[in-house]
Design a protein around this ligand. Structure first.
Ligand code: UDP
Length: 363
């Protein structure tokens, strides 16, 4: 009946379906949630578009991906420039001249460079072996202690010494006064929200919501020639080799009777004492549009994932990667099933990487 059954109406599933539809294939997209768009799902609360599963800022250096998303949404010119709060002290992120001036009361890039060099030398690190060593060798001990150590421990549930170095390499370090969190040339937020963007991708494609693939696997498999599975790869195989680990998130969203709570979309709380990692004030993604009197904020807590909860971040350590490779090996033997997306390929990916993967897989 269908060429493709696509399990998961998130970003990967929606792009894959859209591409296949364009090639003339018949697709059925299902999702166990009652809504499309996976974790980029956004909804309007009090006139403000709220990112329900964590803030999503679209950024890419891939022109092809940028041109692609612009077919389905008009993007605004939002640039992510979050602020860090450490015990009441505010610093600009990512780590740049604004951060260093505030941290050390210095004035020039040369002074910042010297300060970092001195702190790296004092730490005696030559080859960084973990996140702590990587962070100190990039920005020195002070920035590490105030802006990285506590945040990272809260985010990943373990000390920086026990985390892989690559996590922190995501963040830019600059000796210029530039608070743009991302280095990419294309950035923005869809003016009508991510859910609307996904709706447009799925336009003309049959979508069934509230439908769980795993509990009716046989009947659903009959419906299509091929399956694209974007759920957790270990769950697909009934955890037969053991469960992969994730970090989960808990959100507390509140409508406040004030026009402007924190003056910025993202405020990271980098000390360990504050239990949440950040507060998102959603209206700032669209320059305060939508409601002049009220604002919506979300406190984000990072938690250990347990079965039954939403998996967010795959864990990049050796134990989990080895287990994933084993799942990948059995997945490769499944006939007519492709695994895709963050959960299907157990990878910490940004939206543009997910889209690029889906576009490539659909070729
Ligand atoms: N990070 C940090 N302090 C911050 C922000 C980020 O130490 O204020 C570190 C932390 O280890 C985090 C990593 O940088 O896991 C990547 O941060 P990013 O903002 O890219 O994470 P995401 O937005 O994907 O959760």
């Amino acid at each position: 009946m269908y060429d493709y059954l696509i399990v998961g109406a998130g970003l990967y599933g929606s792009v894959f379906a859209q591409q296949k539809k364009e090639q003339g294939c018949r697709c059925l997209v299902i999702d166990r949630r009652e809504q499309i768009a996976g974790n980029i799902y956004s909804e309007n609360i009090e006139g403000i578009e709220v990112h329900r599963y964590g803030p999503h800022i679209f950024h890419t250096n891939k022109k092809k991906v940028w041109d692609y998303v612009n077919r389905f949404a008009e993007f605004n010119h939002f640039v992510y420039a979050p602020v860090a709060c450490f015990k009441g002290e505010l610093y600009n992120l990512p780590f740049n001249m604004n951060t260093f001036v505030r941290m050390w009361d210095i004035h020039t890039p040369k002074e910042a460079e010297e300060m970092i060099r001195r702190q790296v030398a004092e730490a005696g690190i030559t080859e960084p072996l973990n996140l702590e060593e990587q962070a100190i060798s990039l920005v020195g001990r002070d920035v590490y202690e105030k802006l990285i150590k506590g945040y990272t421990k809260k985010q990943w549930g373990r000390p920086c010494k026990e985390l892989p170095a690559y996590i922190i390499k995501r963040l830019p370090v600059r000796l210029t006064f530039d608070n743009n969190y991302f280095n990419h040339p294309y950035q923005g937020i869809p003016k009508e929200g991510y859910t609307r963007m996904t709706e447009r991708m799925l336009d003309g494609i049959e979508v069934r919501l509230g439908m769980d693939f795993l509990t009716q696997r046989e009947a659903l498999t009959e419906l299509a020639e091929r399956i694209v599975y974007t759920g957790p790869i270990d769950e697909y195989f009934d955890y037969r080799l053991g469960a992969l680990e994730y970090r989960s998130l808990r959100f507390e969203t509140e409508v406040l009777d004030m026009p402007n709570y924190q003056g910025v979309a993202g405020m990271n709380y980098t000390d360990e004492e504050v239990p949440f990692t950040r507060i998102i004030e959603h209206k700032h993604f669209t320059f305060g549009e939508g409601n002049a009197e009220k604002t919506v904020i979300t406190r984000e807590y990072s938690t250990t994932w347990k079965p039954g909860e939403e998996p967010y971040y795959p864990i990049g350590d050796a134990v989990n990667q080895t287990l994933y490779e084993k799942y990948r090996a059995i997945a490769a033997k499944e006939t007519n099933v492709r695994f895709g997306g963050r959960l299907g390929t157990y990878r910490y990916m940004d939206m543009d990487q997910v889209i690029a993967q889906a576009m490539e897989d659909a070729q």
